[in-house]
Design a protein around this ligand. Structure first.
Ligand SMILES: Cc1cc2nc3c(=O)[nH]c(=O)nc-3n(C[C@H](O)[C@H](O)[C@H](O)COP(=O)(O)O)c2cc1C
Length: 187
């Protein structure tokens, strides 16, 4: 234990107080959405833009931070989409999607693809495999076949099988506590 106040039941460190609070079972309905969002914000993530084509072949996409690796063999990734999203029908119908992991320099792209703006695709993208929109300057790109999707609360969970990928050694964009961040020093 680090120097400072000695631990005793009379003056438990804050982390122990919090852990004790967790001991009392909380009914799901009692989980306050604001506090949940705040607590989830303690989980630092990268930022990605997921893109696909709609039934007319139009490019569409949105900013996400729910992207995660799922399996190496077979190579699977996952992400989730708000079911109320304007992109919902297109992603559910799309056989393929692309994950563009954003670089530190792409905050403006992240903001654009998280906005209400309908015209999100500017100059800095090109079509890749299956016609998918791929953003230039991304830290990594994964071209995926939609393996499965299923309802999960107010979101839809998508699982993709990675068909191709490329990476670029640029610093990634991070998201923590509701703010964009840079990668820090090694610990
Ligand atoms: C950093 C960040 C991460 C986000 N992650 C997600 C996500 O994982 N899933 C999601 O559905 N929306 C996510 N959003 C919100 C969407 O980007 C936003 O709601 C969407 O672009 C709104 O447009 P739409 O109605 O066309 O979906 C995120 C936004 C930001 C800024």
């Amino acid at each position: 234990m680090s120097a400072g106040k000695p631990f005793s039941p009379a003056n438990p460190p804050a982390s122990v107080v919090a852990a004790e609070a967790l001991g009392a079972a909380t009914p799901a309905a009692a989980v306050d959405p604001h506090r949940l969002r705040q607590a989830l914000g303690r989980f630092a993530t990268g930022v990605a833009i997921v893109t696909t084509l709609d039934a007319r072949g139009q490019a569409l996409g949105l900013t996400i931070n729910s992207f995660a690796s799922l399996s190496l063999d077979p190579p699977l990734v996952l992400w989730s989409l708000r079911r109320a999203s304007g992109c919902f029908d297109a992603f559910c119908a799309a056989p393929h999607f692309a994950i563009n992991v954003l670089a530190e320099s792409q905050v403006d792209q992240s903001q654009l693809f998280a906005s209400r703006c309908e015209h999100r695709f500017g100059a800095s993208w090109q079509r890749g495999a299956h016609g998918l929109p791929l953003l230039e300057g991304a830290a990594a790109t994964f071209v995926c076949a939609t393996d499965a999707h299923q309802e999960a609360g107010d979101h839809e969970l998508f699982i993709g099988r990675v068909l191709a990928m490329r990476e670029s050694h640029v610093p990634p964009l991070l998201f923590y506590g509701g703010r964009y961040r840079r990668l820090g020093a090694l610990v």
